[in-house]
Design a protein around this ligand. Structure first.
Ligand code: APR
Length: 235
């Protein structure tokens, strides 16, 4: 069975009402990264960081998966699909995708600020100052801040290096190391980029850019891939 690796960014959740980061009305227009999304911000003003992520979590809980998330879940019924997402929301999982690797963490989880292996679901949607892990240390959002290591990168590189088809959706490809994943695509693989602003990536040979929103571009591509599989298996 063909292996399809899908790499998603904030753009796939835009039509679910979750703001992207670097578009004109993006989150980083409203907030300074250095004040809410770095270890330094946490040391300086943990309550402000906590509040920022509590707001993000509330939005995620109010959002629903869109047609693009559902189409990818459908794709899994026909191919060996692995999703690698930069998103911290859980919309892929809620749409039904089973194989989802989060590079930048998961907003619906909390973890100990001292023991990083102690991870818990956030039950009521809020992490408060004073909420502690079982060893008595403050809980923080289970997300990767700027300047922190991205623990799942090595696994992600391996996944991409085995892809027959690589699909990139809704990312500005501006944050590393995640953006560097695309350079691990095997030379023979077909690569699709679905993003209204999709720019050419010189180093990728078999690249097809689909300048559409995820909500229309993804279901159309999924339908195409499923149909071409049916045609090939009939030959
Ligand atoms: N469908 C598809 N793509 C869209 C849509 C849409 N409806 N709306 C916007 N986009 C595209 C934009 O054209 C842009 O290329 O989504 C991309 C969003 O880019 P960013 O805001 O930079 O988001 P992303 O690439 O996911 O950011 C990477 O940066 O701040 C960090 O940790 C954060 O994981 C995030 C990382």
């Amino acid at each position: 069975m063909k292996k399809i690796v899908v790499f998603t960014g904030a753009g796939i959740s835009a039509e679910s009402g979750i703001k992207t980061f670097r578009d004109a009305d993006g989150l980083w227009e409203e907030y300074k990264i250095s004040e809410v999304a770095t270890p330094e911000a946490w040391y300086k003003n943990p309550a402000m960081v906590q509040d920022f992520y509590n707001k993000r979590r509330k939005q995620v809980m109010e959002a629903l998966p869109n047609k693009a998330h559902y189409a990818l879940a459908e794709l899994e019924k026909h191919f060996d699909v692995q999703i690698i997402t930069q998103n911290i929301d859980d919309l892929h999982e809620r749409a039904g995708s089973k194989n989802v690797l989060h590079l930048h963490g998961e907003i619906m989880k909390a973890r100990s600020s001292t023991y990083e292996k102690l991870i818990y679901p956030v039950k009521n949607g809020i992490i408060s100052m004073g909420d502690k892990c079982e060893k008595g240390f403050q809980l923080r959002p289970h997300v990767v801040w700027f300047g922190e290591e991205v623990p799942n990168m090595e696994i992600a590189y391996k996944m991409v290096s085995k892809a027959d088809i690589f699909i990139i959706i809704g990312t500005s490809l501006s944050v590393y190391p995640a953006a560097g994943l695309i350079y691990y695509t095997p030379k023979k693989s077909k690569v699709y980029l679905i993003d209204p602003q999709g720019k050419n990536i010189d180093t990728i040979e078999n690249l097809e850019i689909i300048k559409e929103k995820a909500g229309t571009g993804v279901p159309a591509l999924v339908e195409h891939l499923i149909n071409s599989k049916k045609t090939t298996s009939r030959l």
